[in-house]
Design a protein around this ligand. Sequence first.
Ligand SMILES: Cc1ncc(COP(=O)(O)O)c(C=O)c1O
Length: 451
Amino acid sequence: MLSKERDELTANKGKPLGSKRSTYEELVGRREYLLSPISSQDWPNLPTVRAEGLYLYGLDGKRYMDFLAAFGAVNVGHNHPKVLAAAREQMEKQIHGAVGVTLHESVLRLAETLPEILPGALDMFFFGNSGTEAVEGCIKLARNITGRPGIIAFLGGFHGRSYGAATLTASKSVYRTALEPFLPSVYHAPYADVYHSSHPDDPAQCTKEALHALQTILDRLVHPSQVAGMVVEPVLGEGGYVPPPKEFLQCLRRICTENGILLILDEVQTGFGRTGEWFAAQVFDVTPDIMAIAKGIASGFPLGAVCARRELMSRWTPTVHGTTFGGNPISCAAALATIEVIKEENLLDEAKRNGKYLLDRLRDLKAKYPVIGDVRGIGLMIGVEFIVPGTDREPNPTAAKKVLNECLSQGMLTYPCGQRSQTIRLSPPLNVTRDQIDEAVKILEQSLATV
Ligand SMILES: Cc1ncc(COP(=O)(O)O)c(C=O)c1O
């Protein structure tokens, strides 16, 4: 955009120049004026006007394949007709009613339905609006019912932006910059991140060392009797799309059980079919005491939940937590429809099948392009990590950024993750087709030619 136009927009307080419909440049200018740099400087700020299935339709008239699916929030695809119909029907009846002050059927029906798909015996719920709120609720619940202050979180984990969740977050130090003091009594242990460990070819050794470090924290820093909960992502999301060895999560379960610590799984990104099961807990055979869910739950309508066993949840002191918008009727109706769609369209199987197909195709690319250091994932939660060729896994965020930009210019949206943003995440809607995957891999390969 020309600096003259930018000056005019600033003088015009971000309002569109003239009466004509917003052009791409005008939108960008208004964004910079009106939105905090926190959002306006994110990437790519793609102006879109419509979304359907896998596709986002840009203001520039182009169609984009959405291989991010809003960070796993639209697992059944954008604007699924069943989700739209359910939301519309509810909207006609009642848009809002604060749960507790009023009561509506969709929140109860959702609470009745969730235990059918959740791991273990999670059968009581507190509904909020987002992932970060679900994590806050988990921390408050665990502390409130155990009377213990300590929380163990893991390096590489991302749990949200509100203060409690930001305290647990350790995927990038920049997310923690100039925010202190954080919540007290939070301790970070290493995650069993095999590729980035000193034993990239030995998952068992990596697991052993991560667990040893955790034991050291419990021996030397915080006695287990003082720990309320252990909060862990079953697959690192923002931290690099990293599935840990199964044994790691199973050992965490054992350590928690032995010490009366509540195991809290953050399934905000891994939930609702993303990993080929309803939840990653089912992939890893681990049963949490408490779970945070959000994102994919309602196909883009804001909703999240703290899920716990009745025996735990019913001990949460009334009034110690609450919400105005959480469990909104439209979001709950959309969630019920989303669960139906996942069942009807067999999307768990689709995620497994499509995920394997995409993973195999990406491994072919890795064999051809030494700039790809690792390809990993479960279901349709797949990461492609870029390294400096010829080095020992030196992160290559420059290559990742170039590929991301080139993919976007060829009509495919993805997003970086990982400590240095050196990994590209591929998390399309679960009903992506083989042809669409082939097209995405072709775009990715053409983009690789630029690095
Ligand atoms: C694992 C995980 N937990 C929590 C959050 C926070 O969710 P929200 O952005 O809805 O607050 C995210 C968001 O990316 C996430 O990936």
